[in-house]
Each structure stands twice: as C-alpha cells, then as structure tokens.
Ligand binder design. Structure first.
Ligand code: VGL
Ligand code: ZN
Length: 197
C-alpha cells in the first residue's frame, strides 16, 4: 500500500499579505516540506481562477466578500478576488518545495468553484485526481494545507467517500473559520471516517 501527501493550496493569496489570507497560513510551510520525504508520492493542488471568476464577489453586482449566493449547483460563498491565473497571488509560497510528482489545478472553469481536489463544487465534474491515485496504487492519503475548513475539508470528504484511507494532519493545516466553519469541518471529517491528527 502506497501513500501520497496531498498539499492543498499553499499559495501566496492564502498566506498573510495575500488576498484571502488564512491566519498563520505560512506557518505550516516548514512542516509540509519535511513531510514530503515521508511518502511515496507528493501531489500539490493549486487554486487557479480566471479573472472574473463566478466565486468572486466582484463578479456579482451589490455583493460583498463572504456574502452567499445561490449557484445552479447550490449555495456558494463569495470570496475576494484570489489566485488569479498567472498572478503572484496564485504562485506557491516561495519557501514551499514544489518538486512533487503532480500539480493539480482547480477552479479554472468560470462558472463553477472547486474546493475539493477531486470534484468541482457541483460534486460531479472530476479533476482527474482519483484516476491518477488509483492507477498509481496510492490508497493512503495524507492531507495538509489551506484552508482546513474549505479546500482541505472538501478534499478529505470526497476522498473518504471514494474509499481512500484519509488522514488530515491538523498541525500542517490552517483554517479561515467563517461563522464557526472550522469546528463544523472537523466534526464532518471525523464523522466521515477521516483520521484527524
Ligand atoms: C479556498 C476559498 C476559495 C481554499 C479556495 O483553498 O480553501 N478557499 N478558494
Ligand atoms: Zn478559490
């Protein structure tokens, strides 16, 4: 049985000074780097939105960041513009090791947001990561990164539902915590059989 470290969205816009900064987000970088040597494969995800993406508050007249809207696929939080393709904010944190095996980009379809590394927020459009992991025999997934209560949570829940063995290393994650979303996400992951360390 082989293990993969999945490093979620350790990008400048999610670190202090970035457009959608996660408190203390950059503090995880040394720990994440150190974990890379402990797994058979290292996969990084990169939030990668076109300018004017539908998850940006600036794309909705009269809306502010963190307002909710109803999308065809369900409720969606509106975010500050972040991780726009080709910008510094979309780059990985400069101290993050990026010599992993695969970089998977997500959120590039203008009309759908994508938190999970496996499916877009419609819960149906795949990123291809499942097939990559299965064809390489990577069944033990270890997740770290940003943000615990959004992209890490949705990735972990999808992975557990797909039958992978999932561990989230909380000391190498940081959360946004919108209206208690951090605690809710921990309860949901635990309830889905995800191991939280
Ligand atoms: C994320 C909000 C919007 C994340 C990405 O990486 O958790 N959160 N886009
Ligand atoms: Zn995003």
């Amino acid at each position: 049985m082989s293990s993969a470290l999945i490093v979620i969205d350790v990008q400048n816009d999610f670190c202090p000074g970035g457009a959608l900064a996660v408190p203390d987000g950059d503090a995880i970088v040394p720990r994440v780097n150190a974990m890379m040597a402990q797994h058979d494969a290292v996969i990084l995800t990169q939030d990668w939105h076109p300018a004017g993406h539908s998850s940006f508050a600036t794309s909705h007249a009269g809306k502010a960041p963190y307002d909710m809207v109803e999308m065809p696929y369900g409720p969606q939080v509106l975010w500050p513009d972040h991780c726009v393709q080709g910008t510094d904010g979309a780059d990985f944190h400069p101290d993050l090791r990026t010599d992993g095996d695969l970089i998977i980009r997500k959120g590039f379809r203008p009309q759908i947001d994508s938190y999970s590394a496996f499916f877009e927020n419609d819960q149906a459009t795949p990123t291809g990561l499942e097939g990559y992991l299965r064809t390489r025999g990577l069944s033990q997934l270890h997740m770290v990164g940003l943000a615990t209560d959004f992209c890490v949570q949705f990735s972990a829940l999808d992975a557990a539902r797909l039958g992978f063995d999932v561990t989230v290393h909380l000391e190498a994650c940081r959360g946004i915590d919108l209206n208690g979303s951090l605690q809710t996400s921990l309860d949901a992951m635990r309830g889905a059989g995800v191991t939280l360390l």
